[in-house]
Ligand binder design. Structure first.
Ligand SMILES: *[C@@H]1O[C@H](CO)[C@@H](O)[C@H](O)[C@H]1NC(C)=O
Length: 452
């Protein structure tokens, strides 16, 4: 009788333990990552992984997938500080001769060390029709073992499946994928049971310390160069082309009018700075694109860091194309010239708007990038107000000039006065922009370090 009760109980236990990966709550209550690139969850993904913090204490993970040999195979998720294998903390779902269980491991280099530690417990484990499914829990916080990482942070996520060798995952002959840097503690509930959705640190490594890593320094340089390039140089270059064509009508340098010399020189400096800043951020991210991509989940792709990346990329590519389209413009007398002018203006200003939006995202959402995020936000809003006001006032003067010259009522003295006024406004803009931009750069330079 007791035996029958017991077997019945066991039977219920095993059937309860069978689970499947449910992608429907991904991006809401849990974060999810899938491999390979571009797969559709519940359809053709080989590996599905979810992460969710529970009560601020434990990380609940689901690992699911179909290894080539489900009788002796594994599905593993590695957490890495860089984007290559070696020195990674690994959680895996392992199936060996009908026994399915979770596994905690560390990969020193191209080998694997199994860790027996209470830091990770197996909540559920099943193998159904070749599909392994494990629910694992890992304690957050310092584990006291350098080979078991505290997953309360941002890591590159590596995924792999393959066969077992003597019950242990093999390094060779498996399928491996590198996924983007991910804030593993981003979703779930805090110690008070409240839902947490951490602000995406923009892959900044949100922990703060006193020293900057090389990566951190590259990101600081990226931020400073971009702010100066777009706020000080490129916007001033745009103003010269729009409102200062009539100034210094009799002066030429290098065979072109002065406004064009200013426009070209200032924008070239700005564009040069954006190229440098662009390269820096790619070096910092290990040449990984951190914008939207096919293999990332919707939540990842809609993260602010991802939107920042795509806006920044578009702004830069357009800015780099501007001098090229200027080289191929038709000559000033051609009928098509106004069309070139319109296209050139439209793209120039759009690029600046996208860059401003990308910067705004950074000052609103990338808390870790500034010593005082609120101050940075205030300064940048002030800058946008100054730029907008400058543009509006100059545009009003432009419209006034247009009507005056059409009616032919303007006179020489008045024109000189107006031109002086325009120059004064430009000067005022430059002084304000330099002041505000440099202040933002200082806040970036003093950002908390990522090394303790
Ligand atoms: C996880 O990190 C957050 C800040 O990023 C911190 O507030 C929290 O205390 C950490 N939790 C644990 C268990 O270490």
């Amino acid at each position: 009788m007791i035996l029958r009760l017991l077997t019945g109980f066991l039977f219920i236990q095993t059937s309860l333990a069978q689970g499947t990966f449910d992608p429907s709550t991904c991006g809401q209550t849990k974060g999810c990552l899938f491999a390979p690139t571009g797969c559709v969850p519940s359809q053709d993904c080989r590996i599905s992984f979810s992460y969710q913090v529970q009560n601020g204490q434990t990380l609940q993970m689901e690992i699911s997938g179909q290894p080539p040999n489900p009788q002796a195979g594994f599905v593993a998720v590695g957490f890495s500080k860089d984007n290559s294998m070696g020195d990674d903390s690994v959680s895996a779902c392992v199936s060996n001769n009908g026994q399915t269980t979770g596994l905690l491991a560390y990969t020193p280099a191209k080998s694997i060390t199994v860790k027996n530690s209470p830091v990770q417990t197996t909540i559920q484990a099943s193998a159904t029709n070749g599909n392994l499914y494990c629910v694992l829990r890992r304690q957050l916080g310092n584990t006291g073992d350098a080979q078991i990482f505290d997953l309360n942070g941002t890591y590159y996520v590596l995924m792999a499946d393959g066969p077992l060798d003597n019950g242990i995952p093999t390094y060779h002959s498996n399928n491996r994928w590198v996924l983007p840097r991910t804030d593993i503690g981003r979703y779930g509930t805090n110690a008070f049971g409240q839902t947490i959705q951490r602000d995406d640190p923009g892959s900044q490594g949100a922990t703060s310390g006193t020293q900057h890593s090389t990566n951190d320094k590259l990101k600081i340089a990226h931020g400073i160069l971009m702010v100066l390039a777009w706020s000080v140089f490129i916007f001033t270059g745009i103003l010269f082309a729009r409102h200062f064509r009539g100034h210094w009508p009799n002066t030429t340098m290098l065979g072109v009018k002065m406004w064009f010399n200013f426009h070209r020189t200032i924008n070239m400096i700005g564009v040069g700075m954006t190229i440098a800043a662009f390269v820096l951020i790619f070096v910092a991210n290990g040449w990984q694109w951190s914008g939207p991509k096919a293999n990332a989940s919707t939540a990842e792709n809609q993260a602010w860091s991802s939107i920042h990346s795509i806006l920044g990329l578009l702004a830069c590519v357009i800015a780099w194309a501007q001098p090229l389209n200027a080289v191929f413009r038709c000559n000033p007398e051609s009928k098509a010239r106004p069309i070139f002018n319109m296209i050139h203006r439209f793209f120039g200003f759009s690029a600046w708007l996208m860059a401003a939006a990308a910067t705004m995202i950074a000052v609103v959402h990338f808390n870790g990038m500034f010593s005082n995020r609120d101050a940075a936000l205030g300064l940048y809003i002030a800058y946008i107000a100054v730029a907008g006001l400058t543009l509006i006032v100059l545009e009003l003067i432009f419209i006034r000039n247009f009507f005056v010259s059409r009616r032919g009522v303007g006179n020489e003295i008045e024109m000189v006065r107006i031109q002086r006024l325009q120059l004064a406004i430009l000067l005022l803009y430059i002084v304000c922009a330099v002041g505000l931009a440099v202040a933002i750069c200082v806040l970036i330079g003093l950002k908390p370090g990522d090394l303790a």
